[in-house]
Design a protein around this ligand. Structure first.
Ligand SMILES: [Zn+2]
Length: 357
């Protein structure tokens, strides 16, 4: 289209490069002396549609708010907890009670800051095209972290057992890998979460080495490895899985698969390099337990699923619906379902992808 027949306002081609001016920054600090604006320079800003990250040090909590709303006084608190304490029932402040919140202050904020340190474009609470929200989203790698703290999304008394699975399914349709993290798995400084994101972005690629060996791994070594390289239920690995096969290089673990001997199932996979020979590890597992096995890859961790799906010789069998875990009175998962601690409070995962050789 030629410029001569254009109508309407001329397009400002530098619009996307607009940044809050020093006077706006000063106004924000003046207006909200209790808040910090740590990412003002990096915040995604488009003039009237600008949104900025606010941090409340008193509650250790991030929010992302419209710059216009905050400057025009429509957003008076910009911190959900500050608003709640002042008796303001915002959409988000209504979602959890103060009592529950005290248990795990600012975990989602901590995850966000850890991710933001590695991925500068990380966004607090991104809305997918389907309308569902992801807690932390990284546009550059098309992946996000969903913090399923029992206190934020009513997970503990979930009516819908497929709540998380549906979100993953919708996210996958939009090409977004979603890593679902539960409360007891999010441990500061959240390196295990940042590392799986880095791996999904192509970091830590496996190069075959003829000195690499595959053999049985002792449970304690496996447990320590899981804590570092796969955030999902490390206690599940130590308390339920009885057989572990490791890929070693000069005595150090590169990857490990774990399962239950009598069930002939591999139930957890953890790797610090992407593209390890998982089929060979599964063969060693089958020799160890004496029979063909299935692999149950947890959809809460897209790296775990994709590592298997992209392995030669591995074939896809089925998707299985979410598994429910009982929670004790402190909202910790009870892996032994016969425990007296078990209540009718349940926590559901995203389901598993089942594979085999
Ligand atoms: Zn606050």
């Amino acid at each position: 289209m030629s410029a001569a027949i254009r109508t309407g306002k001329p397009v400002n081609r530098l619009h996307h490069r607009w940044r809050p001016t020093a006077s706006i920054a000063a106004a924000l600090v003046n207006h909200f002396p209790h808040l910090e604006f740590p990412y003002l320079d990096a915040d995604h800003t488009h003039g009237v549609h600008s949104s900025i990250h606010c941090f409340c040090p008193r509650h250790n909590l991030f929010t992302r708010v419209s710059l216009i709303c905050i400057l025009s006084d429509k957003t008076r608190y910009a911190c959900q907890m500050c608003a709640l304490e002042a008796g303001i029932k915002t959409r988000k402040a209504g979602g959890f009670s103060t009592k529950q919140y005290i248990g795990k202050p600012g975990v989602q904020s901590g995850i966000f800051r850890a991710v933001k340190e590695v991925f500068n474009d990380a966004v607090w609470e991104h809305t997918m095209r389907c309308g569902k929200e992801i807690d932390v989203w990284v546009p550059s790698i098309n992946a996000g972290v969903e913090y399923n703290g029992n206190y934020y999304h009513s997970t503990a008394i979930q009516k819908d057992g497929k709540y998380h699975a549906k979100k993953s399914l919708l996210g996958q349709k939009e090409g977004q890998g979603i890593f679902h993290v539960f409360t007891d798995e999010a441990v500061s400084p959240y390196l295990n979460i940042v590392r799986v994101l880095q791996m999904s972005a192509g970091a830590f690629t496996y190069e075959p080495n003829k000195r690499d060996t595959i053999s049985v791994c002792d449970p304690l070594t496996a447990f320590e490895f899981y804590k570092e390289w796969n955030y999902i239920h490390p206690k599940f690995v130590s308390e339920v899985c009885d057989t572990h096969i490791g890929l070693f290089r000069r005595g150090n673990l590169i990857a490990v698969i774990s399962g239950i001997r009598s069930f002939k199932k591999v139930l957890r996979t953890s790797t610090r390099l992407y593209g390890v020979p998982l089929a060979d590890m599964l063969k060693a597992f089958q020799i160890e337990v004496g029979g063909n096995c299935t692999v149950w890859a947890d959809w809460r961790n897209p790296v775990e699923v994709n590592s298997w799906l992209n392995s030669p010789e591995i074939r896809y069998i089925d998707y299985r619906t979410p598994v429910g875990f009982h929670l004790d009175s402190g909202y910790s998962i009870v892996y032994n379902s016969n425990s007296d601690l078990a209540t009718d409070t349940m926590l559901f995962d995203c389901g598993h992808h089942v594979l085999s050789l």
